[in-house]
Design a protein around this ligand. Structure first.
Ligand SMILES: *Cc1c(COP(=O)(O)O)cnc(C)c1O
Length: 390
């Protein structure tokens, strides 16, 4: 039975331009066809930055692994779901990133929740960037531990929170390497220093940095020459797959193996999937041309856009165009949709009120012509709607 206020709540979201729904698409090569309208769309919203999701070598390796391992791990990792392929992948990731152990999860969301729920209790303190991902914010909210947030990328604020909160048994600081909705980098060298000074643990969520930053794609840590205590990487973005790994010390992994409920009580990552992640790792480490191509596309786009388009320049394939109101963001997304461009409006509560945006993402599979076409359409949209960032 539907509780009477459910639909009222949905209606109220519609009135505020905050209603969400899932479109169904038909895949057509790199393009998507909206099954409701038959519109064929160039995708500027995906997180598949390196275009690995459709990479022929990755697909072949995945298929071969299914032949070898079957389709499922058939149990949780602690029962009989952990195969040699998982250990091989663990070793490769650990030596690449300089950690002792890695634990696999089926999603970054569950990995973040598992980690926070198992590491922190009521005597602890978690301090995180205000713009951290929903999985981290929500976990902190649900915890009995004390939870504080520092202003986005504001090291002084972080430092003052740690100075004022000294009684906790354990203090955990969390930042993203690359912020998912803004595409900017966190000052992690500085954060890492502050954490050492205060003897706080530092966890980095590098969901959007790993695969993208650094010559071998190792991500934010290698670029900043630091090592956090705990590193989360996810395979659903640049890796073209899905799933996640928590990299940490042997002691931490031992502890999580006893306590992390999303690890213990969930079917392990399928072995064929682990094999595909291993193949993606090889591609990420060796095919720097993909990152070079993204940089080329970035400069091409920037050079084609008129000054009316308030796109923020970033060092990553994530290029936010912040327009403010949810209504404007939807209007522009619709305008682009009618021009066969999929560029979704991102609205509160995913981003802060009055910072609704178009989250434009680049992909190695985009052609120069597509980028030029996108720029022409954006120029037109913002000519029509004025400079919406003021
Ligand atoms: C996407 C994302 C996650 C969640 O990862 P999934 O594997 O998609 O569940 C966690 N943290 C950040 C920063 C993300 O961008």
């Amino acid at each position: 039975m539907l509780a009477p206020d459910w639909i009222a709540k949905v209606d109220s979201l519609k009135e505020q331009n905050l209603y969400r729904s899932c479109k169904t698409f038909i895949k057509d090569g790199a393009k998507l066809i909206d099954s409701a309208t038959n519109k064929k769309l160039i995708n500027f919203s995906s997180n598949d930055y390196l275009a690995l999701a459709d990479d022929p070598d990755l697909k072949k390796s995945y298929q071969a692994a299914i032949e070898k391992y079957g389709c499922s791990s058939s149990s949780s990792p602690l029962v009989c779901g952990n195969l040699t392929i998982h250990s091989e992948l663990e070793e490769l990731l650990c030596s690449w990133q300089g950690f002792e152990r890695a634990l696999f999860f089926n999603s970054g969301f569950s990995a973040n929740q598992a980690l926070l729920f198992s590491l922190l209790n009521k005597d602890d303190l978690v301090v995180q960037d205000k713009l951290n991902h929903a999985s981290l914010q929500e976990a902190a909210h649900l915890l009995t531990a004390k939870s504080k947030r520092f202003a986005h990328n504001d090291c002084e604020h972080l430092n003052s929170i740690l100075e004022k909160n000294t009684t906790a048994r354990q203090r955990l600081v969390i930042s993203e390497g690359v912020f998912s909705m803004d595409g900017d980098l966190a000052p992690i060298a500085e954060i890492s220093k502050i954490c050492s000074k205060h003897q706080a643990l530092f966890m980095l969520d590098d969901a959007h940095g790993c695969g993208i930053l650094g010559a071998d794609g190792a991500g934010s840590c290698k670029l900043a020459k630091i090592k956090p205590d705990i590193l989360l990487i996810t395979f659903g973005k640049a890796w073209g797959l899905n799933g996640a790994a928590i990299l940490c010390s042997n002691d931490c992994a031992e502890y999580l193996t006893q306590k992390a409920r999303h690890f213990i009580y969930s079917t392990a990552m399928a072995p064929a999937h682990a094999a595909a992640v291993k193949c993606a790792l090889g591609i990420i480490q060796t095919q720097n041309w993909r990152r070079e191509r993204l940089a080329q596309l970035s400069s091409l786009l920037a050079s084609e856009l008129s000054l009316n388009v308030p796109m923020i320049k970033t060092a990553t394939p994530i290029k936010p165009i912040i327009v403010g109101s949810a209504k404007k963001a939807l209007e522009i997304a619709d305008f682009l949709y009618n021009k066969n461009i999929l560029l979704s409006a991102i609205r509160p509560p995913t981003v802060a009120v009055n910072t609704a945006r178009l989250r434009l993402t680049l992909n190695v599979a985009h052609s120069d012509a597509q980028i030029k076409y996108l720029a022409r359409c954006l120029n037109q949209a913002f000519l029509k709607h004025g400079n919406l960032n003021v």
